[in-house]
Design a protein around this ligand. Structure first.
Ligand SMILES: Cc1cc2nc3c(=O)[nH]c(=O)nc-3n(C[C@H](O)[C@H](O)[C@H](O)COP(=O)(O)OP(=O)(O)OC[C@H]3O[C@@H](n4cnc5c(N)ncnc54)[C@H](O)[C@@H]3O)c2cc1C
Length: 412
């Protein structure tokens, strides 16, 4: 049993006694049935205590990695511990695609779905929205399959309902994307910019009032001329000023397959800065301009502890724990410097400024205020994990009733 001591960013040291790496589903069931406390770990790219347990972590990386494409129903069934980077090339080779991807391909499908990880696009739901079935080992060690309406409560699970072993995704036909970057764009009519391509991101360091450093437009053929408001970049860009763009996917409008354009970062390189913390808040898309303006008065405080901020959109869905549950969202993301104390002060400020917009935090990033939990979810936890094996400090703080702030979004 190997030890996993920290998350990817190294800001969280796990209390877990070690990590089991079962090679069969039966072995996984035995591990779960025999554990007092247990949690699944994907690639550990979350920035808070969501993964941790006082018992054993379980990695599914050593389970068989075969995928099963159903070309008639246009679905794929994927082992939960597979990383997107390994899945996407196989899908593309078979003529299929996922509708969207996060900024990086390094994360596991189960870890991403469990936290409602997302890319951008006014018509694109998060990465849990195409899930049409899943299989999981519950707290008692039973193997159950879920589909249909059950997925509204169980797809975005925060790892609290069971260890997911397989996920089935609805597929699109493979498609091409062209990625264009623009420099130094006025932050005017944000909704128009954000809807000017299949997937659009604004990057800002909050240093220049009401301007963003870059706009990244990932366009379908035919969409490339939908917006002419920016100065096209004269070469490849990294979202963080002064960083080498060698880690980023092809830009400059060169057409290419969806999986080589929808992520910002390439699988064979360390994503982003690699030495960082992250937070993200989802506010109603209808309040996009007002929510961003609400942060202008604290722009200097943000900039002082920031590497870069990314502004994206996520389409509304029906998944209980999704930050885009029943509302189209603007997602305001912050890649911080790795200084938890200084960042913590700015998170408090941010949450205060965004409070009028009912912000929902990204489950896998740093936040302080406890988000509202869908009332049905605790009943699902009791049903699939009656002995509380999958509960950890993070879940305890989320489930806790009352108005006190959640202590555990961030390792303070
Ligand atoms: C550089 C960087 C860039 C990022 N970019 C984005 C982005 O573009 N968009 C975005 O939304 N997020 C982004 N994130 C956040 C990231 O996508 C999420 O934290 C995601 O959950 C990480 O996946 P993981 O495989 O590392 O899961 P982990 O962090 O290992 O686990 C996350 C959760 O999933 C659960 N889990 C994992 N495997 C299973 C399983 N088999 N069964 C049940 N539960 C399971 C864990 O218990 C935990 O609760 C980024 C993070 C980093 C470090």
């Amino acid at each position: 049993m190997a030890l996993v001591r920290t998350n990817w960013a190294g800001n969280v040291t796990f209390k877990a006694s070690g990590v089991a790496r079962p090679t069969t589903i039966d072995e996984l069931r035995e591990v779960v049935a025999g554990a007092d406390r247990v949690r699944a770990v994907g690639t550990g790219h979350s920035f808070n205590l969501i993964v941790d347990t006082t018992g054993r972590l379980v990695s599914l990386a050593d389970l068989p990695q075969a995928i099963d494409i159903d070309p008639v129903n246009q679905t794929v069934t994927v082992p939960a511990g597979m990383r997107y980077g390994e899945l996407v090339t196989r899908l593309d080779a078979a003529g299929f695609a996922l509708h969207n991807l996060a900024s990086l391909p390094h994360i596991t499908v189960a870890g991403a779905v469990a936290t409602a990880t997302h890319g951008s696009g006014v018509n694109n739901g998060n990465l849990a929205t195409p899930v049409c079935a899943l299989e999981m080992v519950t707290g008692s060690g039973a193997l159950v399959s879920l589909d249909g309406e059950a997925l509204a409560g169980a797809a975005v699970s925060l790892g609290a309902l069971g260890i997911v072993t397989k996920l089935t995704f609805r597929l699109a036909k493979t498609f091409e994307i062209m990625q264009y970057v623009y420099d130094d764009v006025p932050r005017e009519d944000v909704n128009e910019i954000l809807s000017s391509g299949y997937s659009v991101s604004l990057f800002t360091d909050w240093r220049t009032p009401r301007r963003v450093n870059q706009v990244w437009r990932k366009c379908l053929p035919g969409e490339q001329n939908a917006w002419t408001g920016g100065t096209p970049a004269d070469g490849p860009r990294h979202p963080i000023p002064d960083m080498d763009p060698v880690t980023t996917t092809q830009q400059l409008g060169v057409p290419g397959p969806w999986h080589e354009r929808l992520t910002h970062f390439r699988l064979d390189h360390t994503p982003s800065a690699g030495d960082e913390l992250q937070s993200e808040y989802f506010v109603p898309l209808a309040s996009a301009e007002d929510a961003l303006s609400a942060l202008d008065p604290i722009a200097e405080r943000i900039a002082a502890v920031l590497q870069i901020s990314e502004i994206r959109t996520v389409k509304a869905d029906n998944l209980w724990l999704s930050p885009a549950f029943e509302r189209d969202c603007l997602a305001i993301h912050f890649t911080w410097v790795k200084d938890p104390a200084a960042v913590g002060e700015v998170i408090d400020l941010l949450e205060e400024r965004l409070a009028p917009f009912d912000p929902r935090p990204h489950w896998g990033k740093l936040f302080h205020r406890r988000p509202a939990l869908h009332e049905g979810f605790v009943a699902l936890m009791d049903r699939y994990d009656p002995d509380g094996k999958l509960r950890n400090d993070f879940m305890a703080a989320i489930v806790q009733s009352g108005e006190t702030p959640a202590p555990s979004g961030m390792a303070r």
